[in-house]
Design a protein around this ligand. Structure first.
Ligand code: SF4
Length: 363
C-alpha cells in the first residue's frame, strides 16, 4: 500500500487578533511569506505532472487558522486547488483552524470546495489552561466545533499540546481523554516548544513557566500512542516539524526531529523491563548469555532506543546482560519476542524464558 502524504502549504495568519502564548507569528510577521494562489496551483500541477500519485495525497493548508484569515483570501486558496481535485487529482483538502472559527456558514463553504478533513487546534481541554495561554476559546468551543465538523461529514482531526503554561499531569490526562471522547479520526500531539518573542518565552525567562521533564513528556507521549492506537485514532504527528528557522527561534521546550521514535523506543524498553523482571532468576543464574530481542522488520532501531539507550538500560537492570536485536518479518510492528540465549549442558544453544509482547499493549 502506498503511503499517504500531504502536499502542505503554510498559510500564516498575519493579522491574527489573538495572542496565544506559544505563537510567534507576530514576532516574525515581517519574515513570513504569504503564498499566493497561483504559486499554490503551480505547485499542485508540478506535483501531479511529476508523477506524484494524487490519490494517496491531500492538499493541506496549515498554519493554525485557515478559516480565520480574510474570507476572500481563504476562498482564493480553495479556488486555486479546484482543478487538481477529483479522479486524476488529489484525494481531498485538509485544513487546520481554531475551534471558534468554524461556524456552519464556513463549514458549508469548505464542503462546497471539496475540503475533506478539518483539524482543530484544541491544545487543551482545561479552560484554566486555555485562559492562561491566551487562546481566546474554551473547551466547550472545541466540543461544539468537533460535533459540527462531524455533522457535516468531514474527517475530524484534533491537535493537542503537551506542557502548556499552567498545565499539570491531570490537565494533560483530561485533555487526552476528552479529545478521544470526541472520536476524532486523527490526532496530532505537540509537546510545547518555546519560541523567542512569545509570551511563553517571557514567562520562561522570568522563571514562572516551568516545563515538565523530558522523561515525563516521553512517558505521556508513549502512553498516548498506545491509547490512541487501541481506540483506532490515527496519531498523524508527534512533535513540531523542523520548519525553516525553528532551530534559531527555539529557546526551550520539547523539540526533537524524531520525537515519535523516541516515545516508541520507550515502549520497547518497557517490554524489556517487564521481561527482565519476569525472568530475573533466568538471567541471574545464566552465565555468558545474551538477551535476544526479535522485532518486526524495520523496528530494530526502535528496540535499541535513541543512541542505544535501551541497550544500556537493559544492561543496567540485568547486571550487564548484552542485548542482541534481530528482525523477523513474521512479527508485526510492536511485536517483540524476548528470550535469553544460553547453552545447554551439551554445549548446544537454547532459548530460556521466551516471551512475546505487543509493546503497544504494555501497561
Ligand atoms: S496560534 Fe493563536 S495567535 Fe497564532 S495565529 Fe493561531 S490563533 Fe493567532
Amino acid at each position: 500500500m502506498k503511503q499517504h502524504c500531504n502536499l502542505a502549504f503554510f498559510i500564516p495568519h498575519l493579522g491574527c487578533p489573538n495572542q496565544c502564548s506559544f505563537c510567534d507569528q507576530r514576532a516574525i510577521s515581517g519574515t513570513i511569506a504569504v503564498p499566493d494562489p497561483e504559486a499554490i496551483a503551480a505547485r499542485c500541477r508540478e506535483y501531479l505532472t511529476a508523477g506524484g500519485n494524487g490519490r494517496n495525497a491531500e492538499i493541506a493548508f496549515f498554519g493554525g487558522s485557515f478559516t480565520a484569515i480574510p474570507r476572500a483570501q481563504m476562498i482564493s486558496y480553495l479556488e486555486a486547488v479546484q482543478p487538481f481535485l477529483g479522479a486524476d487529482g488529489f484525494s481531498g483538502v485538509r485544513i487546520s483552524t481554531r475551534p471558534d472559527a468554524v461556524p456552519e456558514e464556513i463549514l458549508r463553504i469548505l464542503k462546497e470546495y471539496g475540503v475533506t478533513a478539518v483539524e482543530l487546534g484544541a491544545q487543551s481541554m482545561s479552560d484554566t489552561v486555555l485562559t492562561r495561554n491566551q487562546r481566546g476559546h474554551t473547551a466547550q468551543d472545541v466540543q461544539e466545533a468537533a460535533k459540527r465538523i462531524r455533522r457535516y461529514g468531514f474527517s475530524l482531526g484534533l491537535q493537542m499540546m503537551y506542557g502548556l503554561y499552567g498545565s499539570g499531569p491531570d490537565d494533560e490526562e483530561m485533555t487526552l481523554r476528552e479529545c478521544m471522547a470526541l472520536r476524532p479520526d486523527t490526532m496530532r500531539l505537540y509537546p510545547t516548544v518555546i519560541l523567542e518573542g512569545t509570551r511563553l518565552a517571557q514567562l520562561y525567562a522570568a522563571g514562572e513557566y516551568v516545563l515538565p521533564s523530558w522523561e515525563e513528556m516521553l512517558d505521556f507521549v508513549s502512553r498516548a500512542i498506545c491509547r490512541l492506537r487501541e481506540a483506532g485514532i490515527r496519531l498523524i504527528r508527534c512533535g513540531l516539524h523542523a520548519e525553516e528557522g525553528l532551530a534559531d527561534r527555539r529557546i526551550g521546550g520539547f523539540y526533537h526531529p524524531a520525537l515519535r521514535e523516541l516515545a516508541e523506543g520507550r515502549l520497547y524498553l518497557r517490554a524489556m523491563e517487564q521481561w527482565a523482571e519476569q525472568h530475573r532468576s533466568d538471567w541471574q543464574s545464566s552465565k555468558e548469555s545474551v538477551v535476544l530481542a526479535e522485532v518486526a522488520t524495520g523496528c530494530a532501531g526502535l528496540a535499541a532506543g535513541h543512541k542505544k539507550a535501551n541497550r544500556r538500560r537493559l544492561a543496567e537492570i540485568t547486571s550487564g546482560q548484552r542485548l542482541r536485536i534481530s528482525e523477523d518479518c513474521r512479527l508485526r510492528k510492536g511485536g517483540m519476542r524476548i528470550s535469553l540465549c544460553g547453552q545447554k549442558d551439551d554445549g548446544t544453544a537454547k532459548r530460556i524464558g521466551e516471551e512475546v509482547y505487543d509493546v503497544f499493549k504494555i501497561t
